[in-house]
Design a protein around this ligand. Structure first.
Ligand code: ZN
Length: 331
């Protein structure tokens, strides 16, 4: 698998996202034996299925970019590494990836916000962590710092390129490729953890279910699915649903799930499951990043962190969280 910007072991775990057959690489194309072709741009495989319905417009953009890539941009070329300033992709994307409280910081970020991953560090030497919909890679950075071998997939080639630049800048080992959470291009039982943040909450329930089934498939036995979702009964969630008249969400709008529905779905698709609060008063408050927020939002993120900690003693607080982690063990 020469020519790929991936660890050789990880590259050998790649499979065709349509049919799970082995992939081979020739120049700037990966191919399965049924003749499905996938472009490789700058060492990054683009393992998207163009005929699949689109969850995010960025998938179409990536496919078009791959078609337009010149041969010099394909297997060999590498981009220039950044020079210490905050990456311009992240400067623009921060409002979309990190939530409403970050909109005032678009173009004005001084430091990369890296959240805390509420997981135990890996118990074995090589444990692989997969982030579904990684964008510029903030959760992979968190996983890498915790000691996992972090891998992120995203439908946006621009986001994946930015993720490589940021990981390099912060000296975190993480690897990325372009792929769809509903068609994960890895072999069965590859990862110890499959995580996802602020991605499946935007999917229609059929797509979220498909992504969870795929998460199960690529998890090792006993592996952990760790997926953030929006709780229908969170205080701010109720306000948001009321503001849109409790109508059916469309496009990339947030889908709200009931806590029991989340646990039942995760138990059916993955294994024994429980909820953990992620945030209050917003879908994206991370106490670890509070110091970077505009002053008026710092208290919100810190209060959210306080309630999250308190929920260990007052379990009922979990069902009032706006954002929850669904944690399920594959069985
Ligand atoms: Zn195939």
């Amino acid at each position: 698998m020469e020519g790929l910007r991936l660890d050789p072991w990880l590259a050998r775990q790649l499979v065709c996202p349509r049919d799970a057959h082995d992939l081979t690489i020739e120049f700037d194309t990966m191919q399965c034996r049924l003749g499905h072709n996938y472009p490789v741009v700058g060492g990054i495989p683009i393992l998207l299925i163009p005929e699949a319905n689109v969850t995010h417009q960025a998938a179409t953009v990536s496919i078009n970019q791959a078609c337009r890539a010149s041969p010099s941009e394909t297997s060999q070329s590498r981009e220039a590494w950044p020079t210490g300033a905050i990456d311009s992709f992240v400067q623009l994307a921060i409002g979309s990836t990190n939530g409403q409280m970050w909109w005032p910081l678009v173009g004005r970020l001084r430091e990369y916000p890296v959240p805390n991953l509420s997981l135990e560090p890996p118990s074995k030497h090589e444990e692989w962590f997969l982030d579904l919909g990684c964008n510029w890679g903030r959760w992979c950075l968190a996983a890498g710092r915790l000691g996992y071998r972090a891998v992120g997939i995203d439908v946006s080639l621009d986001a994946v390129r930015a993720a490589y630049r940021v990981a390099h800048e912060l000296s975190v080992k993480a690897q990325y490729l372009v792929a769809d959470a509903r068609y994960i291009p890895f072999r069965d039982a590859t990862f110890s953890v499959v995580s996802s943040y602020s991605v499946l909450q935007h999917f229609e329930k059929a797509d979220a279910t498909r992504a969870l089934s795929e998460a199960r498939r690529v998890l090792v036995e006993g592996g952990i699915a760790h997926v953030q979702m929006a709780n229908r009964y969170g205080v701010r969630s109720l306000y948001h649903q009321a503001a849109r008249g409790f109508r059916q969400p469309t496009d990339f709008e947030v889908r709200y799930w009931g806590p029991r529905e989340l646990v039942a779905t995760a138990e059916r698709l993955i294994g024994p499951a429980a909820l953990r609060p992620d945030g209050y008063f917003s879908l994206n408050a991370q106490a670890a990043e509070a110091h970077l927020l505009p002053r008026r939002f710092r208290a919100v993120a810190r209060a959210s962190g306080f309630l999250q900690a308190l929920s260990a003693y007052v379990p009922a607080l979990t069902s009032a969280a706006d954002s929850v982690w669904v944690v399920a063990h594959k069985r």
